[in-house]
Design a protein around this ligand. Structure first.
Ligand code: SAH
Length: 368
């Protein structure tokens, strides 16, 4: 709940303390973690009158892990999100498993205060050899807490961790990479690219460590070009392509906005997966324009019958708005465009109905 909704605080709860939320009428609404420095003042983890059971944390962690173990959509990969914060009833906690390493992000004072218990529960629930905590500088600033990174149990990884996803193999830099190292949320879309790529000239824009480029190469693409501005990400992308027998793919260190706009070569499958262009509602209009430009330029570079796979990564631009943006781009490009599929978060990134903000991600597979 937001700070503006809090009329009064009784007692002197510290950062991360469990507090009871009471309505103006005196009704107990729930229990949650107190964040005195954040605009999100209380993260509720139990709704209603009942206080949460003393072992609610390990139980929810175990349940989340068990749900992944039994999920048929996750068969064939050893890289999954184990805990998806509010989506698993654990606001402030994200845990991703990469092979034998669990990578954890603690985004609230409440979860940071439970660091040891969380590590213990994750270790129990997974049997993984190592746990590693990634610093979250933005969260630390928001919460007014120290920013910490380092081992939680076992040996801290010193080299990229190998994962497999269907037939694809990737090395994941869990220590320095973006997010916890890899874009797990793109798994379903990578599968689709692998199935669609045969014989196509593929352009992977904002390629990071080559998630889509590898899928395209494995799917039998005629050519693969990946564009990314981070040299560090490209170095790992090179390794990932080699690891999957795709040495001939071309990697370009460039501004993908520029490259799309300026070139004239045509492609048969273009992936456009930019970084978040809007973080807040107030940025929506600007972000929508940027998404439109990207899709427009992709359509201009698309051959006849080409596929364009475009993503949004912010809850500020929702699915409906994103479709309108794609429509506007198709009008400007003067090409009728079909929607072949839409992508949302995969099943290891569940969104709780009481937390719609968790739905930050989506994509459209377009045919021009
Ligand atoms: N498609 C990737 C994830 C992309 S995240 C995957 O599935 O793994 C967005 C990426 O865009 C980041 O790697 C970031 O380094 C890169 N990036 C940001 N601005 C860029 C720009 N102007 N040009 C090219 N890449 C950019």
């Amino acid at each position: 709940m937001l700070s503006g909704a809090v009329e009064r605080v009784t007692g002197e709860p510290g950062a991360g303390a469990t507090v009871r939320v009471v309505s103006a009428e005196g009704e107990i609404l729930g229990h949650g973690d107190y964040s005195p420095h954040s605009a999100l003042r209380v993260r509720l983890h139990a709704f209603g009158k009942e206080a949460p059971a003393p072992d609610w944390l390990p139980r929810r962690i175990e349940r989340a892990a068990e749900r992944r173990r039994r999920d048929p959509m996750l068969a064939g990969t050893d890289a999954v999100r184990l805990v998806n914060a509010e989506g698993d009833g654990l606001p402030g906690l994200v845990a991703d498993r990469y092979g034998d390493v669990v990578v954890v992000r603690l985004a609230t004072a409440g979860m940071a205060a439970r660091r040891e218990a969380i590590a213990e529960a994750l270790r129990e629930a997974t049997g993984a050899a190592a746990g590693f905590e990634r610093a979250d500088a933005a969260a630390a600033r928001r919460e007014g807490m120290a920013c910490r990174q380092g081992g939680l149990w076992g040996e801290a990884p010193t080299a990229p961790v190998e994962i497999r996803e269907g037939g694809r193999r990737y090395a994941v830099d869990v220590v320095e990479g973006q997010k916890t190292g890899f874009y797990l949320d793109q798994r379903d879309a990578r599968d689709r690219v692998e199935r669609e790529a045969r014989g196509r000239r593929v352009l992977d824009c904002f390629a990071y460590t080559g998630g889509f480029a590898v899928a395209a190469a494995r799917g039998g693409a005629a050519r693969v070009t990946a564009v990314e501005s981070s040299r560090r990400a490209l170095a790992l992308a090179r390794q990932n392509l080699e690891r999957n027998g795709a040495e001939e793919a071309e990697l370009v260190e460039a501004d993908a906005f520029e490259l799309l706009r300026a070139g004239d070569e045509r492609f048969d499958l273009i992936v456009v997966d930019p970084p978040p262009l809007a973080r807040r509602r107030a940025d929506e209009a600007r972000a929508a324009r940027a998404y439109k430009d990207l899709i427009l330029h992709a359509l201009r570079r698309a051959s006849d019958d080409a596929l364009v796979l475009a993503f949004r990564c912010s809850h500020a631009v929702g699915a409906e708005r994103f479709r309108q943006v794609a429509f506007a781009a198709s009008l400007d490009a003067g090409r009728p465009v079909q929607v072949l599929a839409s992508f949302g978060l995969p099943s290891d990134h569940p969104v709780s109905l009481d937390h719609p903000e968790g739905d930050y991600f989506g994509g459209l597979l377009l045919r021009a």
